[in-house]
Design a protein around this ligand. Structure first.
Ligand SMILES: [Zn+2]
Length: 164
């Protein structure tokens, strides 16, 4: 396999966004989730993303008991908030580039429910799932991978940017 075929796009994320997600996760014993907001960038026909903000979906808990239809209900609520965010940041190109959720003390991976959520709501090649374990102090980005047995893979390069 050539380097080009093996290319896994890097994920860029601002430290303040990551800190915010860590903050929410640290303050909840439940598995909480939110959306990752950012821009899509291009290099040699490959898309990669920069995560500039996040939307924490309050009172939503992502778990095996949390059904797809419940997320769908929440999606309507966030639509308005997302529009406000675009206005506030004066950036109409902002997209939902993925989602984040916490795994309190059970490590970073995608469960069958998580994989279903990714396939159903975030099927684009550039869309990622950020899983954060606040107890073990770990986080990982994942993307769909149809060729692998697990159907997903970890993103090898996550680059944390500082606005300072
Ligand atoms: Zn999960």
């Amino acid at each position: 396999m050539s380097i080009e075929e093996d290319f896994v796009f890097p994920v860029y994320i601002y430290d303040e966004v990551l800190d915010r997600i860590k903050y929410f996760s640290n303050n909840s014993e439940k598995e909480i989730f939110g959306y990752l907001i950012g821009n899509i960038l291009k290099w040699n026909d490959k898309n990669y993303i920069i995560i500039e903000d996040q939307l924490y979906i309050e009172n939503a808990v992502h778990s095996n008991r949390f059904s797809t239809s419940q997320i769908k209900g929440k999606a309507g609520e966030y639509e308005k908030t997302f529009k406000e965010l675009k206005r506030k940041r004066k950036n109409d190109n902002l997209r939902i580039v993925g989602w984040w959720h916490s795994h309190p003390d059970f490590g970073c991976f995608l469960s069958p429910t998580d994989l279903h959520t990714q396939e159903y709501f975030f099927p684009e090649s550039y869309q990622v799932a950020l899983v954060i374990d606040p107890i073990r102090d770990e986080f990982k980005f994942f993307t769909l991978d149809k060729t692998s047995e697990k159907k997903y893979k970890a993103v090898s390069n996550a680059i944390i940017l500082s606005k300072r």
